[in-house]
Design a protein around this ligand. Structure first.
Ligand code: 1CP
Length: 356
């Protein structure tokens, strides 16, 4: 990425992710490209979810929508964590009101049918989307000036992706997955190892295509007891981070061990992530006192506060901004923007956070 060296000065998010303390903190929101935007809902009628992810024209447009409207400091690729199992040949459908449905992996034979050799080819449209978005961000996009927005690639972390692969869809408990980890630890380890290797290589492809930072979503890590959390969350995450750092030492990695609770400081210490995203229940001040001072913290306004809007939202948001003061902090939510959120609330939130 030598062609872009020397132009990071105006990318406040990238500078923060590399350890600089900025005031006010840079902002982006999980699920910022989503159903709460009327322009997203309009495109949603034109094509199903997988088609939207796999058509560079559509995915580029959707990635840029929140930038145009709010001049966010970060643009997150429009894609999904389940694109990886799909790219290995696991059948996947997104069904309205139900969510993702996959043909579950339950045996050695199911696992053997997955074909990691297909990933690069099947995710070629994702790489093309990243190239197009990166090019677009070199120009003015809405209120965002050229070269001010950082492009974020992402993947699900192995444990969270395994949850959907083994249970076959959304769940509160992911009991089938956790049963496999207990009953068939060798099989489960093979699945986690496969995901670890393929995730590292897919993120490397995203970086090659233009992602300037990458994020690992471990949405269900909080379901695991401590020893399993070490084995299936911390350990694979550390290996993915090491693999990326050996090739791209300057590309920041953000980890999101959602609901990790008391395990969050150990995750921060042992995985080597540059930044840790905090979920809604985490106390930023407490976590800040438990981790190294140069760890970037990201988060963590309650998405419900943004749904509520008004004074309560602004009060909570400014309290979080204040709690992050004096250390590298990226303002974000504790989980994704809720689909029913009025767009004006997001506009008011961003304006308040940018007022010093
Ligand atoms: O059209 C639609 O309404 C589809 C909804 C949708 C969207 C907008 C899904 C289906 N995925 C996405 C995009 C998406 N998913 C992004 C893109 C960019 C952005 O944030 O703006 C990202 C980063 C994800 C990541 C993702 N997908 C996660 C991790 C983050 C989290 O929310 O915890 C998970 C768990 C998924 C799985 C998934 N994808 C979609 C659904 C309905 C689900 C299941 C969620 C569940 O089990 O509760």
């Amino acid at each position: 990425m030598s062609s872009t060296q020397g132009t990071d000065e105006n990318r406040r998010l990238l500078r923060t992710l590399k350890g600089e303390t900025m005031w006010p903190p840079p902002i982006w929101l999980m699920r910022q490209a989503g159903r709460f935007l009327p322009e997203f809902r309009a495109l949603r009628e034109k094509a199903d979810f997988l088609t939207r992810c796999m058509t560079p024209d559509l995915a580029t447009e959707i990635t840029l929508q929140p930038i145009r409207r709010f001049a966010m400091d970060g643009a997150i690729l429009f894609s999904d964590i389940l694109i990886l199992p799909w790219a290995m040949g696991q059948s996947l459908q997104f069904i309205d009101k139900r969510g993702p449905v996959l043909e579950p992996i339950r045996s050695e034979a199911d696992l053997a049918r997955l074909d990691p050799a297909r990933i690069e080819e099947r995710t070629a449209p994702v790489a093309e989307t990243l190239r197009r978005v990166r090019k677009a961000l070199g120009e003015q996009v809405g209120a965002a000036a050229p070269d001010t927005v950082t492009l974020i690639g992402f993947a699900g972390a192995p444990f969270t992706v395994s949850c959907y692969m083994v249970d076959g869809g959304s769940s509160k408990e992911f009991a089938q997955t956790r049963l496999m980890a207990f009953r068939e630890p060798a099989l489960f380890d093979r699945l986690i190892n496969l995901l670890m290797e393929t995730t590292a290589s897919m993120l490397a492809d995203q970086i090659e295509a233009g992602a300037q930072a990458v994020m690992l979503f471990d949405s269900w890590s909080g379901l695991l007891p401590p020893h399993e959390f070490r084995r299936h969350v911390i350990n694979p995450t550390r290996q993915i981070v090491q693999s990326l750092k050996s090739r791209y030492p300057d590309v920041p990695v953000i980890g999101f061990p959602r609901l990790a609770g008391v395990m969050a400081p150990e995750y921060a210490r042992e995985t080597g992530v540059d930044a840790m995203a905090l979920d809604t229940g985490a106390d930023l001040t407490t976590i800040a006192s438990q981790v190294r001072s140069d760890l970037v913290l990201q988060g963590n306004l309650d998405p419900v506060a943004v749904l509520a809007g008004g004074k309560a939202m602004i009060r909570e948001a400014l309290a979080i901004r204040e709690a992050g003061k004096g250390r590298p902090h990226v303002f974000n939510l504790g989980h994704g923007v809720l689909p029913e959120t009025p767009t004006e609330h997001v506009g008011e939130l961003i304006a308040a956070l940018r007022t010093v």
